[in-house]
Design a protein around this ligand. Structure first.
Ligand SMILES: NC(=O)c1ccc[n+]([C@@H]2O[C@H](COP(=O)([O-])OP(=O)(O)OC[C@H]3O[C@@H](n4cnc5c(N)ncnc54)[C@H](OP(=O)(O)O)[C@@H]3O)[C@@H](O)[C@H]2O)c1
Length: 345
């Protein structure tokens, strides 16, 4: 059994890691941390876990966690994570970091969007943890930077179309909607029920921190620098992320041809499902699962391609993908522990 430490286990992605890993046949969770709830049983702060896991949260000590575990998930806010991850790597542990701290390759870009990086040397070493793009690199990685939730949905939708030159890299628009759990469990006024329920609002318009991450990965697919327009929205659901993406086609392209590109690229992928040509995914159809569902259509009148992706932000957008990466890093079957069927009504 691989012993697992989860740093930041009292947050939403930490809870989701526990939910998925508690039933994983090849691992045992040995340490879970929280500063606010140190000493409490994890099932007391997440009652959905009662009777399933008997572990107490403890304060963060990398030395202790490294002594108790073989593999570490860091589910901390960006900025806090980098120093902790560096210590875990020094202790020789394999790490999946769920924060944004190791996703960008360029330290200047990190500084522009997030602030100064304390261990820029690790940025080149970290593998961007999108298995559908970097499976071979993840296999040998010690540090995997788990992608952001919005980038996961957008990159999976666009990568094959850019790789095949089917769409123009200029003028791509990503209009995305996320549920409230995307903002984490720490209370804030903007995320109160009264502020979110029965409404819909855009935020971070054209300046959200996930834009440079998408641009880094989409540019590498297109073979040239890409600038996208990204507008995220907050919607009154707990989990779920739907991205509606618009791109100009390169010459004549039919819906069937665009669908064929996605099918050839993802036909054997266990966690990418395609809607039939002209049909589109829904957050409810992936809820609680590690699937990314994609639907594509070409509007021949306007010459625009529309590709829509749906994921559960806490599963394929965070903790499920983190476990998928762990499975690859540990040589387990990639789908192990991740076979949950979506929780449609
Ligand atoms: N939510 C999503 O959908 C999602 C998706 C993809 C990626 N992510 C990323 O994953 C990371 C975790 O997100 P989340 O939504 O789980 O956040 P969260 O619910 O706010 O949880 C944050 C966790 O970090 C701990 N923590 C905060 N500051 C700390 C510090 N200074 N020292 C030690 N522990 C500290 C908290 O513990 P306490 O109990 O002490 O507060 C808590 O366990 C973030 O970087 C986020 O951007 C989130």
């Amino acid at each position: 059994m691989v012993k697992i430490g989860i740093i930041g286990a009292s947050g939403y992605t930490g809870q989701e890691l526990v939910r998925v890993l508690a039933r994983h046949p090849k691992v045992e969770i040995t340490s879970v941390t929280s500063e606010r709830f140190a000493g409490a049983a994890i099932a007391d702060i997440f009652p959905s876990l009662k009777g399933l896991i008997d572990l107490r949260l403890s304060e963060l000590s990398v030395q202790r966690i490294a002594g108790e575990s073989d593999f570490i998930f860091a589910a901390l806010p960006h900025g806090t994570s980098m120093g902790v991850v560096k210590e875990c790597i020094k202790a020789g542990k394999k790490v999946v970091d769920l924060s944004a701290d190791f996703r960008l390759k360029d330290p200047d870009l990190y500084e522009r969007w997030y602030g100064k990086h304390s261990c820029p040397d690790l940025l080149q070493e970290a593998i961007y943890g999108l298995p559908e793009l970097y499976r071979d690199e993840i296999k040998g990685g010690q540090l995997v930077a788990n992608p952001g939730c919005y980038p996961t949905g957008a990159i999976l939708a666009l990568a094959p179309l850019l790789e095949q030159g089917m769409i123009s890299p200029v003028g791509i628009i990503i209009d995305a909607k996320s549920g409230v759990s995307g903002a984490g469990r720490n209370p804030s006024m903007t995320n109160l029920f009264g502020e979110v329920a029965e409404g819909l609002k855009a935020y971070g318009v054209a300046k959200h921190r996930h834009a440079p991450e998408m641009e880094q990965e989409l540019s590498s697919r297109a073979g040239k620098q890409i600038h996208i327009l990204f507008v995220p929205h907050l919607i009154p659901i707990n989990r779920g992320l739907l991205s509606t993406i618009y791109a100009r086609t390169n010459g004549e392209l039919s819906t069937e041809q665009a669908y064929g590109v996605l099918r050839r690229r993802y036909g054997k992928e266990p966690f990418v499902r395609l809607c039939s040509p002209g049909a589109f995914p829904a957050t409810m159809e992936v809820r609680g699962s590690n699937y990314c569902d994609l639907g594509v259509m070409v509007d021949e009148r306007s010459g625009q391609l529309i590709v829509i992706s749906a994921i559960d932000n806490l599963v394929k957008g965070a903790s499920g993908q983190a476990v998928q990466n762990m499975n690859i890093m540990c040589g387990f079957p990639e789908t192990m522990g991740l076979e949950q069927i979506p929780l449609a009504p």
